[in-house]
Design a protein around this ligand. Sequence first.
Ligand SMILES: Nc1nc2c(ncn2[C@@H]2O[C@H](COP(=O)(O)OP(=O)(O)OP(=O)(O)O)[C@@H](O)[C@H]2O)c(=O)[nH]1
Ligand SMILES: [Mg+2]
Length: 612
Amino acid sequence: MTLTNLRHDIRNVAIIAHVDHGKTTLVDALLKQSHTFRENQEVGTLIMDSNDLEREKGITILAKNTSIRHGDVTINIIDTPGHADFGGEVERVLNMADGCLLLVDAAEGPMAQTRFVLRKAFEVGLRTIIVINKVDRANADPARTLERVHDLFLELAEDADQLEAPVIYAIAKEGRAGLTPDHLGPDLEPLFAAIIESVPAPVVEPGGFQMLVANRAYDDYTGTMAIGRITRGSIAPGDTVAVLGTDGAQRRVKVASVLMYRGLDRVSVPSASAGDIVLLTGLEEVAIGDTLADPESPDPLPRIEIEEPTVRMTFGVNTSPFAGREGKFSTTRQLRARLYKELDTNLGLHVADTAVAERFLLSGRGELHLAVLIETMRREGYEFEVSRPEAIIKVINGQRMEPVEHLTVDVREEHLGGVTEALGKRRGEMIEINYDKKGGVRLEYKIPTRGLIGFRNAFLTLTAGTGLMGSLAIGYRPWAGDFREQRNGALTASSAGISLTYGLAGAQERGTTFIEPGEEVYEGMIVGVQKRPGDIRVNVCREKKQSNVRSSTSDISVRLTPASKLSLEQSLDFLADDELLEVTPKHLRLRKRYLTEVDQSRARRLAEAARS
Ligand SMILES: Nc1nc2c(ncn2[C@@H]2O[C@H](COP(=O)(O)OP(=O)(O)OP(=O)(O)O)[C@@H](O)[C@H]2O)c(=O)[nH]1
Ligand SMILES: [Mg+2]
């Protein structure tokens, strides 16, 4: 008989779902009900979405840990992002858990990312609890949702054990759960009970200390912290551990302190042992995926495997005439150091040098993954320029291959025509269509990643903001042929200066403008979009000619339509191949890669010469 030791006092559980299905809201409720906060302490909502960008966007970007007590049991909870672009965050933290709560919105049912996270959970052998959330929604259909979840289980489960999963119904927003959809209890007790009952207690493997570094955190007092779940042995401040790196490299370091999560805090503890999720300080250069082990038994754990990026773009030193004006950091050296540093924690990201020293190639899991990095860096004071995001094409066995995604969209029936037409043009292949009784349609597509870049904005317009979409990279397929829809031409500034009402009014006769009067522009900067293909130069700085009879009201007769300001994501969507986005802490400016007519025609001649 083998003696396995179990830590009955601990449950390690990850919360996984498609975007917005209510993970972070459920963590709020779990924290509140376990009396983690002082009486009357104001904590607000979406407590775990603690960084600025998460709060602004209302989505989780980084996976995070917390811990609560329920009776004699410590429940360590890992909240994960549901957006596909941050899938790397989910992959890397699942190894800290023994079980997961798979949340599914009772109205939406399983979406693209539900499939992805469930597949990953099964791969690492997690036990699942199905949580059908938002049963309060007007169009909730818990029975149908459960049926679809079961279909997904049959498709993805790797062994029969995984098919058995308890089902809990919940309204995370009200902190209530129950065993049937129409009889929820007053609190989350049924969910707590299910976690304690069916998430396995951590197994204590025999042997010396061992832990896989799943995450890192930083704080000014303690420096870098290595976060992970101890699989073997125990650890105390002052212990020496071997850090096992990528290439079999090994070095010894002393652990300064051992911390554990308590609610939203991290507290110092005298020791921790197998099953615990800990933060270790004093180790400095530890990479995610490294194993920390007892120097006497330095056995490495398998490194964390992350799916490959599908989208890439260049980040370069700002070459606009305004370079160096608005950013604190703008040199090649600063940009390069910052980008490579990102690799320490952003596992889904790749960075490479290019033939040009001032330009770097960044590859990520989607447009949003790269956009979040851009936004983070500009807030830190960086200025730089980026190119249009593109799908990563590979040549495999001499054949041109491109990434393909499984796309799930939910639209109202009246928008069906527009959406299917747009997806058809982008080489989408419909695999399934399902009508529900309430005028909604769910479509499943296989579509090249290329076809999805820039699609989100079009989709929101086509569905008047009511559509839902989610996609998941499913691998590489032979190149589906060219289909790039030509965007309407850009209105570019014909000379440098300050934009004026009169000049902008002239530009508005040709199309839609992106800037307000009084903004500084340079030649070749994009100030709007015209009504048909082909760029046009416009003089937005033009003044109204003074007439002999001076009239104080002469300018008032010009009425401007307000500028249509593009957000970062909209700007990235807008970019054509011969354009760049200038990013500074203060401005986003679209521009032609070659600013003047002379440079543009020279570039065209060179390109033609290279082709012939
Ligand atoms: N009606 C209803 N709305 C809910 C419920 N639970 C959460 N929501 C709402 O759903 C939205 C998304 O909730 P979040 O908790 O941020 O979802 P999430 O799964 O953490 O999202 P990501 O981390 O970005 O993937 C919020 O507006 C919540 O208020 C619920 O039970 N019923
Ligand atoms: Mg969240």
